[in-house]
Design a protein around this ligand. Sequence first.
Ligand SMILES: [Zn+2]
Length: 448
Amino acid sequence: MAVSPYWNPKTETLAREDLGRLQGLRLKELVARAWQGSPFHRRAFQQAGVTPEQVQVLKDLERLPFTTREAWMECQKRTPPFGDMLARPLESAVRYHTTSGTTGRTPLRVLDGRADWKWIAECWCYGFHGFGIRPNDRVFFAFSYGTFIGFWGAHYACEKMGCLVLPSGNMTTEGRVALIADMGATVVCATPTYALRLAQEARERGVDLVNGSVQRLILSGEPAGSIPATKRLIEGQWGAKAADTAGMTEIGTIMMFECEKQPGGTHIIEDQVIEEVIDPETGRAVDYGEQGERVVTSFGRGMIPLIRYRTRDLVVKVPHTRCTCGRTFDLYDGGILGRVDDMLLVRGTNVYPRAVEAIVREHAAVDEFQIHLTTVDGIRDEIAVRCEVRVGQEAEWPKVRERLAADLAHAIEGLTIPVVEAPRGSLPRFELKAKRVKDERVVKGAGR
Ligand SMILES: [Zn+2]
């Protein structure tokens, strides 16, 4: 029997009307659950004057208040460490993950239960199966397996599909290239930047990727996976097809993926999430083809119901008819296009300049500073904090530098940020609207 190109043939091809009805049903259930179990959401509904009974169909979504990252972080600060958004008892949690905080040194913390984790893997399956990955594939993960959620869910998705999973959390780039060749990996999962780094390492080691075993790459963590020039570069160096996916720690999984037809956009997994696109200023919905901010409502995470969450990602939604694969899921043209706020993406990790500033400013020996982003060897993004030392504090500087680097490493998961001294008077001074980010990368992760 021929294998369906769809992971979930029924929902992926539902008529739009039926899909809307399904989303309405799942929304109603989600809102009832959030009201019942999550003090955070109940409070938000009450403040907005909405009751669960008023949410019966998809259209009722617009009655509900938006959720912001600031409010979420605030509730974790008020009742540490997890806040009061959780809709299930702490005891039912089986996993802990974090993502960099927006302002200070505290990360945003998320928890998942057993059922949540099944759902997280399920969403990734839509993407992997949809791009032609099958049980006989050997899937290599160039991923650190830390508290950053990254490809964790994808790992379980591949186990669920019956693929052979090749983890590489503890390995050097050289070791990873060797493992890919030795094991005959057919699929590689990486950030776009790291896919290029692996290819460079392979060239230096004399490993021929183009005629090697890898047939597909699954990219995630940076918008560059949907930038045609970057994708062509990666595909050329690997002799393989590359597909973009995008997810976020806040929902634990991906909400969009590229199908095998690759029409220049990513399908939204619309039976598992509702994605709205709004004008970030007014909060009103924008039409197909217009750029706006993504707002996500996710159905599958039981511990953390996420309702109308303002992601700050910029997107352009286009109808499903743009693609010929037969899915009725709408698409985001060109994937994620950029950010409403100033968040930077560096090798898949979120960096909020405000958070870096808060940490730097705890050290009085620093007079002025700059966050400097560069591309090394034409491929690898590097980030450094450049500091001018205050007059009279030179003796303390070596110690301060060490402590500051440690503080930054602690606050920004997964990135080592070198702290370097800048000559006195070399950094710009500001009276208004300081611009302390100097982004000189070739392909900027945040699309700017
Ligand atoms: Zn398609």
